[in-house]
Unconditional design. Structure first.
Length: 126
């Protein structure tokens, strides 16, 4: 049995087009596959349309960026509320494997120990 699909720009009339359904679903954070499935088109149709229509490609990228911004905003809200797990996730995702590994600690002997902070006047004279 062959799966029938519709082209993204072939639906007319008053109903919402498959193209708009895909873009809305992407904007809500769904994957390309899930968005295409909800709109009744194949992923190959989606990628073909992206390659043929630069405006559609830009709209799809903008829809994905909108979803990402929403998720980042929610994550930052949780961080501001004191959610340690969200904070750790944010740091690991932004700093990658270097965060928490101690690799950024400089154990150079010329560092001033925390118990002996420099005087502000000494810092200004340098």
């Amino acid at each position: 049995m062959t799966k029938r699909t519709r082209k993204l720009d072939s639906i007319g009339g008053s109903e919402v087009s498959a193209r708009d359904k895909v873009l809305l679903s992407l904007r809500l954070g769904h994957s390309v596959a899930a968005s295409c499935g909800a709109a009744g088109v194949s992923t190959s149709t989606y990628f073909r349309q992206r390659s043929l229509d630069p405006a559609f490609a830009l709209a799809a990228d903008a829809a994905k960026a909108t979803a990402l911004c929403h998720v980042e905003s929610r994550l930052l809200e949780r961080i501001e509320a004191g959610d340690t797990t969200a904070t750790i996730f944010f740091l690991k995702s932004r700093a990658g494997s270097s965060w928490g590994s101690g690799s950024e600690i400089n154990e150079s002997p010329e560092l001033i120990p925390p118990s002996e902070p420099p005087e502000v006047s000494d810092m200004l004279l340098r």
